[in-house]
Design a binder for this molecule. Structure first.
Ligand code: IPM
Ligand code: MG
Length: 385
């Protein structure tokens, strides 16, 4: 790219971000799930082991929400078409027709999807996760991590639409010598995620929100994020704002004497991506973690691990462990106000994966199938209530 072209590219980026700000400002309140009839849950399997594990989570959700489903208050809709093969063929992160189907739902339960990178056999299209977060404006990526026996009870509020991700596919190469990527922070975008973190803290009896940035070095965007955190904090006098840099934060998470002090953490997109993988490791790895992607109109719940294509190549997808999708389902239930069902599922997951472990998943025929595991979960739910 020539200098002039690069300058024009930058102007176009500014324009696209201004349009995004205008759209953010138009959005009023959060949708009220109780007013929907029916509330539509779209089940998007994704690719690799995605469809197999998502199907098992759907069975458990339908079991828990049986009365609502029978009464027509809740409808499950399976949406196919978000496979890597189809995305590659269309050369789109989310094919238009699939996105249109998704937008006719209120809530999405999403299985893993392959994210291509340079050098893969697939075209280097944008990640379906990232595209969906943008298309549905799912600005709050909420990732809880709990290890009760170690006093760990963290809830991460990762900003999900800005930072290094907003223009991650729109960087520029100049003269083959120089490469630029862009990081974006907006007042509106920072404020809504920080407010979400404080509101959550407020409603859940938490006394501290920790903002994680690198504002001492990345002065403009992270500086803005931190300034807004300080401003919003003034509205919540009962909650302390703590301010940490991402480097020392990654260290403090492994400090067994200090890490119990963190409660709610709010952070820009890329730091949130990294820190939540580290945090999930203490609870048993990314395979055990669910993730909520929340916006004002839509919300999407997913596992945070990949699609394990090799398991499918070896014909082992039926042995894939669906517990991450079931943890994501817990977040889904909480989000639509089904706290009791969320607790029943959490209890069953704890029993089946830790306390009792009558079935063990190994990812191959030496262990149980996902379907058998889902049956075990449902039997446990029935037994415990
Ligand atoms: C996650 C994942 C995604 C991300 C990838 C798959 C693009 O790592 O959900 O944390 O970076 O956000
Ligand atoms: Mg990640």
């Amino acid at each position: 790219m020539e200098y002039q072209q690069a300058a024009e590219h930058f102007v176009a980026l500014i324009q696209s971000q201004r349009e995004r700000i205008a759209k953010m400002k138009e959005q009023r309140d959060f949708i009220d799930y109780d007013s929907l009839d029916p509330l539509i849950i779209g089940v998007v399997g994704g690719d690799g082991i995605g469809p197999a594990i998502t199907k098992q989570a759907q069975r458990v959700l339908e079991f828990l929400l049986d009365e609502d489903v029978k009464a027509g208050r809740i409808e499950f809709r399976v949406i196919e078409g978000l496979t890597i093969e189809r995305r590659a063929e269309r050369n789109q992160a989310i094919p238009d027709d699939t996105l249109a189907e998704i937008k006719r739902c209120h809530i999405i339960l999403k299985g893993p999807t392959t994210t291509p990178q340079e050098g893969d056999p697939w075209p280097n299209i944008e990640s379906a996760n990232v595209a969906m977060r943008k298309a549905l404006d799912l600005f709050a990526n909420v990732r809880p991590v709990r290890v009760p026996e170690e006093g760990i009870d963290w809830t991460f509020f990762r900003e999900n639409t800005e930072g290094a991700y907003a223009l991650g596919s729109h960087g520029i190469h100049i003269d083959g010598e120089l490469a630029f990527d862009f990081t974006v922070a907006t007042t509106e975008g920072s404020e809504r995620i920080i407010r979400a973190a404080f509101d959550y803290a407020d409603k859940n009896g938490k006394t501290k929100v920790t903002a994680v940035t690198k504002a001492n070095v990345v002065k403009t965007t992270d500086g803005k994020f931190l300034d807004i955190a300080k401003r919003v904090a003034q509205e919540y006098p009962a909650i302390d704002l703590d301010d940490w840099y991402i480097d020392i934060m990654t260290a403090k998470l492994i400090d067994t004497k200090r890490r119990q002090q963190f409660q709610v953490l709010v952070l820009p997109n890329l730091y949130g991506d990294i820190l939540t993988d580290e945090a999930a490791e203490f609870q048993g790895g990314v395979g055990t973690a669910g993730s909520a992607n929340i916006g004002k109109r839509y919300a999407m719940f997913e596992a945070i691990h990949g699609s394990a294509p090799r398991m499918v190549e070896e014909g082992r997808e039926k042995y894939a462990d669906p517990s991450s999708m079931m943890r994501a389902s817990v977040l889904l239930l909480q989000h639509i106000g089904r706290e009791r069902e969320a607790q029943r599922l959490t209890r069953a997951l704890d029993i089946c994966t830790a306390e009792e472990r009558k079935l063990v998943m190994t990812g191959r025929d030496t262990g149980a199938t996902g379907a058998a595991f889902a049956d075990y979960i449902m039997d446990t739910i029935a037994r415990e209530s």
